[in-house]
Design a protein around this ligand. Structure first.
Ligand code: SF4
Ligand code: SF4
Length: 336
């Protein structure tokens, strides 16, 4: 099967990037294990489980010989705009302004798989992956030539920066492979310097326990007091180490309609967020990445943002609202 035809078809389906890597065991295995041993994964226990599958996709899917990696940009002219300045407004990470990407990326990968089945008479065994299986996606992206792993830990492409989602097809056929991308960080340290919590403890080494993205989305407990001021107006995710990256500042912005901001989510009004009921939350964030945290998490983060902005006395109305919809939200918010 012709690798160029596969990648060209992926682009015709709307992907912005496509490459092919061999299904191999990563030489980065020791680094990954050392990172886990340091406790840098925080409470993301799913990263500790299935380590062998993450380090070798043939353990995850034994027939795999090749990994087709595709990238879909979520960047738009809106997301290139300056970050929040109004004291009454919070910040949601760019990737979460629109629809949940899983279904969008998977739909395109399934169409690509259909194309593969038409292209060959060989028996195809394949596994379609979008973020929900134990697979080190960024490393596969690197080996497929989509970009290099920047000092901020993101996969960076010279044309699209790091504002893109990844999806993969593990395939049982040998194909012609791309070469790993060349690194273009050079002497730059802008991302390391910009991190407000020093979560990037070294180039490409993230201590998730200090990362606002992890804390505001994945972490379910009380946010450590000493990190509250660093939250600033964060209510979901943190783009700071990507915003400052020169490659992102010149990145193309395709403006994929599914990922444009839903009403109110670009620099959301903090008072509005603090008043959401459980019903409001379900309606507004249906099929949104923000469902990953829950109302309790959004209220906790909003309480911290309100405290930081001092737009009102924090946060008695918020506590009342949260108590009515989440059993332990009040305790979490009191510590906020
Ligand atoms: S996402 Fe934010 S907190 Fe996390 S490493 Fe980047 S700048 Fe630091
Ligand atoms: S900000 Fe600089 S060091 Fe960080 S990922 Fe971008 S180019 Fe690399």
């Amino acid at each position: 099967m012709n690798s160029d035809r596969i990648k060209a078809h992926a682009l015709s389906l709307g992907f912005h990037l496509a490459g092919i890597a061999p299904a191999i065991r990563f030489t980065e295995a020791d680094t990954y294990r050392a990172w886990l041993a340091m406790g840098y994964a925080g409470e993301m226990s799913y990263l500790v489980h299935n380590v062998e599958k993450r380090l070798d996709c043939r353990v995850l899917f034994p027939p795999a010989r090749s990994v087709i990696v595709c990238g879909l940009s979520y960047h738009s002219s809106i997301s290139a705009a300056a970050p929040v300045t109004s004291p009454e407004r919070g910040w949601i990470s760019r990737y979460a302004w629109g629809d949940d990407y899983h279904a969008v990326v998977k739909h395109k990968l399934l169409a690509l798989l259909e194309f593969l089945r038409h292209e060959t008479s060989a028996t195809i065994e394949a596994k379609v992956c979008v973020d929900t299986v134990p697979l080190l996606e960024r490393l596969h992206g690197y080996y497929a030539g989509l970009g290099w792993i920047g000092k901020n830990g993101a996969l960076i492409n010279q044309r699209y920066g790091s504002w893109f989602f990844l999806g993969e097809i593990l395939l049982n056929l040998d194909l012609e492979y791309d070469s790993p991308a060349v690194e273009h960080c050079g002497n730059c340290t802008l991302c390391l310097d910009a991190c407000p919590t020093v979560a990037l403890v070294a180039p490409r080494t993230l201590d998730a326990r200090r990362c606002l993205s992890y804390l505001s989305i994945e972490f379910k407990g009380a946010i450590p007091k000493e990190l509250h001021s660093a939250f600033g107006k964060t209510v979901f995710g943190c783009d700071r180490c990507q915003e400052v990256c020169p490659w992102n500042q010149r990145a193309e912005a395709p403006g994929q309609p599914e990922f444009l901001p839903r009403e109110g989510l670009y620099q959301p009004d903090l008072r509005w967020l603090s008043s959401l009921s459980a019903d409001d939350f379900r309606k507004i964030f249906n099929n949104s990445p923000i469902m990953r945290t829950n109302l309790q998490g959004i209220l906790r983060n909003t309480a911290i943002a309100i405290s930081n902005t001092q737009i009102c006395q924090p946060p008695l109305p918020l506590i009342k609202a949260s108590v009515s919809c989440a059993a332990n939200a009040a305790a979490i918010i009191r510590k906020a």
